[in-house]
Design a protein around this ligand. Structure first.
Ligand SMILES: Nc1ncnc2c1ncn2[C@@H]1O[C@H](COP(=O)(O)OP(=O)(O)OP(=O)(O)O)[C@@H](O)[C@H]1O
Ligand SMILES: [Mg+2]
Length: 272
């Protein structure tokens, strides 16, 4: 095992604890329910009483100016940042504010950061295998033969992300866009219910952007997907419901056309 793999293998992931279902009845099947979330950094409110509900199977786009709190919202959902106030429930009864980052990942929330973090020297296929094993915490059997169902799952993810023909290529040889798809594939290996994707098409070619739109649309339904992006052409191409964040709060929410024509949204974001 080389150094890159050994470092990854040293990350142990504990089992998630499911929290009390005190507000479960309020959620009506929502996959994510944020209520009154406030995050302060030295007195500055990055999130200010933010409330947001994502329905199961939804593809939600979140837009808004720089500093609006979009990434901070994802930090709260994934346990990277603890809010000063508010509640955050996932899948009806999982109280996210009581779980650690690895516990939240195991509970079924996958996050894609802007910069791809694939294992450059390993083939595409091995990157997917590693992602699956990370989830199971069985790194010691890294080199053991994959079972049939695991092979099938890898094949299915390779097809979803459009990298079947590149399965044996080292990840470092992929284009920027292909690396982003591989990383989405690595998230999919962990079978998340909710995917959070932060600025997926930054730095992509037009063609890669279009392919990413197709990919995210294909994931909705069987997954819930939250996409943050500044590329409005891309957002328009995938948008169902759009939420506009501004100064840590929801400024507007609705269909893309309604949001685009909302004078408040034009003033703070789209008009520039
Ligand atoms: N760890 C931190 N410490 C201090 N301030 C922070 C921290 N993280 C975020 N902020 C501040 O909180 C605000 C919200 O940042 P955030 O990254 O969530 O915005 P964003 O909507 O994702 O913006 P962008 O579109 O530029 O990515 C910004 O003013 C940012 O400087
Ligand atoms: Mg951001």
């Amino acid at each position: 095992m080389n150094t890159e793999l050994r470092q990854a293998a040293s990350v142990e992931t504990p089992r998630p604890a499911v929290a009390a279902a005190s507000t479960a009845d309020l959620l009506h099947g929502a996959i994510l329910y944020l209520q009154g979330i406030t995050v302060s950094f030295d007195g500055f409110r990055a999130l200010d009483n933010l409330s947001l509900t994502i329905e199961r199977g939804e593809l939600r786009c979140i837009i808004g100016p720089n500093g609006a709190g979009k990434s901070t919202m994802m930090d709260v959902v994934t346990g990277k940042t603890r809010p000063d106030a508010g509640t955050a429930y996932f899948d009806r009864n999982v109280d996210l504010l009581t779980l650690s980052e690895p516990e939240i990942a195991l509970a079924g929330i996958g996050r894609k950061f802007q910069k791809p973090t694939v294992f450059e020297r390993q083939p595409v296929l091995v990157n997917l295998e590693l992602a699956m094993k990370a989830n199971k915490g069985v790194w010691s059997t890294l080199l053991a033969t994959l079972r049939g169902e695991e092979r099938d799952r890898i094949d299915s993810v390779l097809e979803t992300i459009g990298l079947e023909t590149l399965r044996d290529a080292p990840a470092g040889a992929l284009s920027h866009g292909q690396k982003q798809w591989l990383e989405i594939g690595m998230l999919l290996m962990q079978e998340p219910q909710l995917l959070l994707v932060d600025e997926p098409v930054a730095g992509m070619t037009h063609q890669e952007t279009d392919r990413t739109a197709e990919l995210l649309v294909s994931l909705a339904g069987s997954h819930s997907v939250v996409v943050v992006e500044h590329d409005m052409e891309f957002v328009r191409s995938i948008a169902r419901k759009v939420t506009v964040l501004h100064e840590g709060r929801v400024l507007a929410e609705g269909a893309m056309d309604d949001v685009q024509n909302n004078p408040k949204v034009v003033e703070v974001y789209l008009g520039s």
